[in-house]
Design a binder for this molecule. Sequence first.
Ligand SMILES: NC(=O)c1ccc[n+]([C@@H]2O[C@H](COP(=O)([O-])OP(=O)(O)OC[C@H]3O[C@@H](n4cnc5c(N)ncnc54)[C@H](O)[C@@H]3O)[C@@H](O)[C@H]2O)c1
Length: 364
Amino acid sequence: MNKAKQNTKVITPKTSDDSLIIAEDVANLARALCDHLEGFAGKTFLITGAGGFLGKYMVFLLKYLNEHLLEDKVSALLLDNFITGYEQQIGADEHLVFKRHNVIEPLQTEKPIDYIIHAAGIASPVYYTKYPIETMDVGTIGTRNMLDLARDKKVKSFLFTSSSEVYGDPDVKHVPTPETYNGNVSMTGPRSCYDESKRFGETMCLTFWRVYHIPVKIVRPFNVYGPGIRPDDYRVLPNFIEHAIRREPLPIHGDGRNTRSFCYISDAVEAVFKLLFSDVNGEAFNVGNPEPEISIEELAKTVATAMPFKVGLVKIDPPHAVYASSDPKRRCPDISKLKSFVDFNPRYSLEKGLQRTIRWFSGE
Ligand SMILES: NC(=O)c1ccc[n+]([C@@H]2O[C@H](COP(=O)([O-])OP(=O)(O)OC[C@H]3O[C@@H](n4cnc5c(N)ncnc54)[C@H](O)[C@@H]3O)[C@@H](O)[C@H]2O)c1
């Protein structure tokens, strides 16, 4: 009998973070960062976008360190206006304090701050189409406010999460793309509110480093995925898994020939903290996993194969202008700079990361 028919239960996609898979990831992440415990102990972090996908994993990690490894606890001020994040204060306790705050307003705080991770942003193309002004503002005004705060507090380190989108639609001669490539970006197209705000955010970071000697680091994430990502985020992997779990055909926008490379969440968060604690300032780093560079159609097939029941694929017209007219054709990072400055190697293959993500979406 057909396997698909045997298994008729429709699984409801997961939205909770109380998950074995995430707990396991966070424990492994803490092990990967065990040489940096001194960097965390007794320090105060400010994390913006703390209710988002990357931000939450960072909060889980700090909580784990406090509960299992640190005598001198780490403190954090966790900011989010929840424009795209779920309104929930995951991991909040006496040391880890959430504050609803829009970073386009300056933050008043008497507290000392050792480290700032500015991860607030509107990263999903569907949401930056819906909120283009807010997208520009968080990347520009929000970044400026965080840099001013970094200067006032004399932070030990400041990290800005930029994006691989700063490269726009790279010339194939520059794929895999190194940090030295200046990009092929439209300043007026449907993605420009995001792409150009990240580019100007980077300019501000480097200017603050040159003028005020703020120890800034910039990361350019390439398609990070994993447990904890919003099922309704519309980015390609959660979108495929969401459909697969509902036993609906996986929707491929257009011909499916564009390529991407995907980085598992805990690999990305490991790179973020290793860079934050490093002494390489005034530099940008690609953060991603170049293996494999995979077409969207191949990715859909890989997700379908990883499911315990049969699901199909369907090619559809791109539903949004950001996908129709300006979707980069190839995206794959050159991570040799990251590898040479910090001890980093992606730990999760696409297959392994996908299995973990599907298990999380399925409720584990
Ligand atoms: N996940 C990726 O693959 C990826 C790729 C490239 C860049 N990035 C960047 O990394 C950062 C984190 O990405 P993510 O995947 O966690 O995104 P996310 O959308 O899950 O989280 C971002 C969080 O920022 C918050 N936010 C947005 N505007 C804000 C504002 N004005 N004030 C306060 N909070 C605000 C949102 O509510 C959300 O919770 C973002 O800056 C994003 O642009 C992520």
